[in-house]
Each structure stands twice: as C-alpha cells, then as structure tokens.
Design a protein around this ligand. Sequence first.
Ligand SMILES: Cc1cc2nc3c(=O)[nH]c(=O)nc-3n(C[C@H](O)[C@H](O)[C@H](O)COP(=O)(O)OP(=O)(O)OC[C@H]3O[C@@H](n4cnc5c(N)ncnc54)[C@H](O)[C@@H]3O)c2cc1C
Length: 327
Amino acid sequence: MTEESYDVIVIGAASAGLTSALYLARQALKVLVISKDIGGQALLTDDIQNYPGFMKISGFELMNKFQEQAAAYGAEFEYDEVTHVEKKDDGSFKVRTTLKEFHSMSLILAFGKTPRNLNVPGEELLRGRGVSYCAVCDGPLFKKSDIAVVGIGEHVLQAAVYLSGLASTLHVIYRGSRIPEDDELYSQLKKRDNVRFYFNSTVREIKGEISVDSIIVSGNAPGSHEEEIPVRGLFIEMGYIAKTDFVKDLVELNKNKEIITDKLGRTSTEGVFAAGDVTDMPYKQAVISAGQGATAALSAYNYIQARLGRAAVSTDWKSVKIRVPEP
Ligand SMILES: Cc1cc2nc3c(=O)[nH]c(=O)nc-3n(C[C@H](O)[C@H](O)[C@H](O)COP(=O)(O)OP(=O)(O)OC[C@H]3O[C@@H](n4cnc5c(N)ncnc54)[C@H](O)[C@@H]3O)c2cc1C
C-alpha cells in the first residue's frame, strides 16, 4: 500500500458519511473521508428538531459533533471534490479529486444531494456574488437590502420567512400558481409588509457585472410580460438533485439518478456501498442518513473481512479507546 491507500474511502461528510466514518474507524480500519464541506445540507438549517437526543440543535452544531466523534476514533479528512472513481482489475478502487488521487479496498458513496440550478443567464457569473443557494448561510449578508427568492414549495417558503426578517424588501418569485391559504408559512409571510409575491412567475435573467444589480422576472408562460426588479441578492430554492454523473459507470442508478442500494447498503458493484440522500431511499432525513451510514460501514467492514478470510460482525458494541484530537 502506498501512503495514499486506505481500507475504505468515504465520499461526503454529512450525516451519512460521518456516521460511516465513525463506525469504520471504531473497527480500526484506515478510513479517509473526502468532502467538499463538513455537514452538507444540514448546514442549511439552524433548527433541527427531530434528531433524537436533541430537542433542538443547529445543523452546524450537530454536524460538528458528528465530525469530532469520527475524528476522535481516527478517521482522516481531505477537503476536496471527487471528480472520478473507478474499479481497478485487482478489485480495489481509484478515487480522483481535483488535486490528488487515492486508493482503497472499498468505497462508501455518501455525497447526498446538491441544490438544483436555475439555469438562466447570469447565474454562473454571479454565483457567490449575490446569487446564493443557502438562505440561512448567506441571508445575513443582505440585511436591510432589497433581495429576491425564487422557487416553489416548502423550501422557498421556509427561506422566505427567514429572509423577510432581514431584508428591506423581499420579492418572492413563486413558480406555482397558488399556495393553500391555510399554509402556516404563507400565513406568516402575508402578515409582513416587506414581502411581495409574484405567482406563476420565474426569473429569466440575473443582471450585474461585479455583483447582482437586478433580475428579469416574467410569467411562466413563454412570451409573458417581463419586469426588471433591482435587487442585491437572489436566493435560488429549486430543490435538490443527486449529482451522480461521476459514478454512473460504476453503480446502477434509478430514473432520479439516485444510487440503487439493497437493505445492507450494497450497490450493483461489489465493494461499493452507498448511504443517505444520494441513494434511492425515498425518505430524506438526517437520522435516516445516519442509520444508512452505519449500515454501509458495517457492510464495508464485512466485505473487507471476507476478502481477508476473517469472520463477519453484526454489531458495534465494544469499548474502543478514543484517539483524542489535538487542540
Ligand atoms: C433547508 C433544509 C432543512 C432540513 N431540515 C431537516 C430537519 O429538520 N431534520 C432532518 O432530519 N433533516 C432535515 N433536512 C434533510 C437533511 O439535511 C438531509 O437528509 C441530510 O443532510 C442528508 O445527509 P447526507 O449525508 O445523505 O447528504 P448531504 O447532507 O447532502 O451531504 C453530502 C455531502 O457530500 C459532499 N459532496 C457532494 N458531492 C461531492 C463530491 N463530488 N466530492 C466530495 N464531496 C461531495 C457535500 O459537500 C456534503 O458534505 C433538511 C434539509 C434542508 C436542505
């Protein structure tokens, strides 16, 4: 094994990936977690109320606790994006990031879901310069400014409630034709003087050179009247998709491009396991991702044990010495 070889590489460091890493590290495996960030989608909310053990906790705090625990048992971390994965002739795996290459005996794919793009002119150019996909993360940058949010459904209403507490004026560009009158979030928004709704509408273009100056809004139907609205920021809340193109030749996907797994977290390729929102599990929740992460880890461990001719485990009940992280 070279220095950059591991027993298991986990791609993604949120509920699923961090739980996998914890379980693998406790089995004394050499584990590397490669991720673009720590926490994933949970970072987008400061109010998780259904994670057992916590009446209420921010996603950031919960994910930090997950990472601390995985690191304390010896999991290693690399902050980068994985761009390519392949299975080699000897059954091991090569994982390429934007900067490096790593090798492992087994893989756990836990890279979740990513915000869907709006796909309009100006979006790429102005991303991070007024165009944001995370109201909770970036909202405070736009205090007392005129801003807009575009999307449909629960996500856009949640973001709008939060943003309307910060903005001078909030324009809600709603892609649907109506919201039920008894919707709790909609009722809150209707009471706020600084919120303007545009139903059955979408953003056609985001304008600005250095940062966002305005948006072009029109009805959903092609050829509808267009209106230019001056704003400093646009929040895009179009839902989330599994960006699995880089593993499409490695594992079987369903029609939503989610990775198909069995109840042990096994994918169509031996040695590759998957967990969390990136899989075809229809329920997308932090606690479910964590449970799937633990399952995938035990399956990966047993896969390696079998390859080495050793006995399988079905639990993780032993007391393991913590490797305390350095201050
Ligand atoms: C606004 C919002 C509020 C929510 N509220 C709740 C709630 O109250 N309770 C609840 O249970 N759930 C909630 N959820 C859902 C919960 O956050 C997700 O189910 C959970 O985060 C899924 O975890 P995951 O590990 O499967 O993937 P994700 O959280 O999607 O994390 C994926 C990880 O993979 C990384 N990654 C992605 N692609 C790559 C790549 N190519 N290379 C390297 N790394 C990569 C990402 O950076 C990230 O770290 C909420 C979600 C949102 C968006």
